[in-house]
Design a protein around this ligand. Sequence first.
Ligand SMILES: Cc1cc2nc3c(=O)[nH]c(=O)nc-3n(C[C@H](O)[C@H](O)[C@H](O)COP(=O)(O)OP(=O)(O)OC[C@H]3O[C@@H](n4cnc5c(N)ncnc54)[C@H](O)[C@@H]3O)c2cc1C
Length: 565
Amino acid sequence: MAHPQSRKARRAEDDSDGNAAMKTFLQRLAAHRPVAGKRTWVFVAYDQLTDRLGPLSRLDPRKAGIVVVESMQKGRRRSYCQHKLAFVLANLRHFCLEQAQRGVAVRHVATEGGYEGPLREVASEVGPLRAMEFAERELREELAPLVRDGLLVVESHEGWLTTRAQFDESHPDGPPYRMDRFYRHVRKATGVLMEGGKFAGGKLSFDAENRKRWNGEPAAPEVPTFARDEVTDEVVAFVRSAFADHPGAIDEDRLPCTQLHADAMWDWARRECLPQFGPYQDAMSTKSASLFHTRLSPLLNVMRVLPRDVVDGACASKLPIASKEGFVRQVLGWREFVRHVHAATDGFRSVTKGRDDLGQATPSFLGARRALPPAWWGEKSGLACLDRCVEDVWRDGYGHHISRLMVLANFAALLDVSPRELTDWFWCAYADAYDWVVEPNVLGMGTFAVGDLMTTKPYIAGASYVDSMSDYCKGCAFDPKTTCPVRSLYWAFLQRHEAKLKDNQRLAIPLQSMRKRTDAQREDDIATFERVSKALARGESLAPDASAGAESGSPRRGGGKPKKR
Ligand SMILES: Cc1cc2nc3c(=O)[nH]c(=O)nc-3n(C[C@H](O)[C@H](O)[C@H](O)COP(=O)(O)OP(=O)(O)OC[C@H]3O[C@@H](n4cnc5c(N)ncnc54)[C@H](O)[C@@H]3O)c2cc1C
């Protein structure tokens, strides 16, 4: 499918007639006539859509110009879900219009190719471009030749809250990397939630108090919707046609696309979500995919909402300390930590030899190599929890942390799915996925693919965890206490990987329990693992086997139509 603009990159201001895919956008952009005169040009990457950071924040708008590139090559690099493509593109175009409105000159380039060619062309015309360091390793690598040739002058990325030096200080002996060690260090170094040199509330983390099940009260907030305009409509139509073969849907009403939308989203999060954020952080429900989670990650990751603002806002609020700290730990702690681990390991290339066709690291500490079952792409598995989380994510590219960790990654780990394949699935499926954040979360936290490099143990759990933290099991054909195959999958995982995990102190009790299972139970666990793996690999839906009694999970043919891929 050709890009709506020609194969040759074209500048928006040259394109007065435009075309159907961006006609309104180009007309609106052309309506702003920047004053003539010399300008300093800044390349704004797709995930740096702010004028409050970096060189753009320091330039007089009448003396600044931005270069923004829409690259089909980037969009097609992997099967990014349609919601993410629409989100990024709509924000990018609205950002151009917002900057033009301020008097900034805008060069909007649409290209079939990548970023380097168009930027080299513009830089040779207007002189070296300035930019903030790119968060994505992929973009850093692609643009390294321009930096080397002096055509791109890169400054540090001011959107991060911590420095590499602080990360290194928190781990003077290098790996293994631990979030709590890093978090402790940066709380002290930044002074965030510190009172008189001590942690506010008397302790570093209130995590242990944040594990309530949600039974419908307090009511979960309604997720905001946003009025669409013609620019967004154009983007949605374009993505649906040019990326028709990409998975997922576009929830057009839930696309925050402008700076006003982003501000409204943060207001909503602060008002409606944060007061209950802590206690229900681990809960999952069929009634709400986000419960009291903020849904801010897509906006934070493209800088429409600034991390410093949400941390400052949460700290200045009158929230209970458990909610305040719980939220700050996510943004100042986890978000910064994973990004440092990604950079320190060169996207895990420094800790593993394996590479895939795209040059990505393919670690698998446990030797998991199986293909990701079609259930993750939308085929029904018969497990209500899995099917629900999959359905949720393909609707709008969102799921909260526990559905990602304890259902989607956990089940894939229990089935020995290739961590790389699972990572690429997460990267395609979620609107907030970028290499620096998705790779550590899936390869490190979700699958233990890099061993204890950044987590102390694999985050695996059986049916009772899902039952205790959600209402999913109520609507399931399986009984979590008797027939659910996830029980056996959990024990079978520990059996298969006992040799590699036997020295892990945090798994000592589960391993001991596994060893106490009778021979018959242990054989049945392995048989269930094989049966379920094969059935799901064939795209079959599981059903309780009345004759088999406990821990069944027999396949049933015809689980529904596969998602387009
Ligand atoms: C297997 C797996 C894959 C993940 N993939 C991504 C991803 O591709 N992109 C992404 O942004 N997050 C990812 N996460 C982290 C986390 O799940 C999401 O950031 C969070 O669910 C986003 O929803 P929210 O904005 O409602 O978060 P909230 O619960 O409201 O948290 C607030 C913010 O904290 C930050 N945060 C919390 N935990 C993490 C974390 N572990 N890593 C980075 N930031 C964090 C996010 O910016 C988030 O918006 C992943 C986690 C797991 C377990």
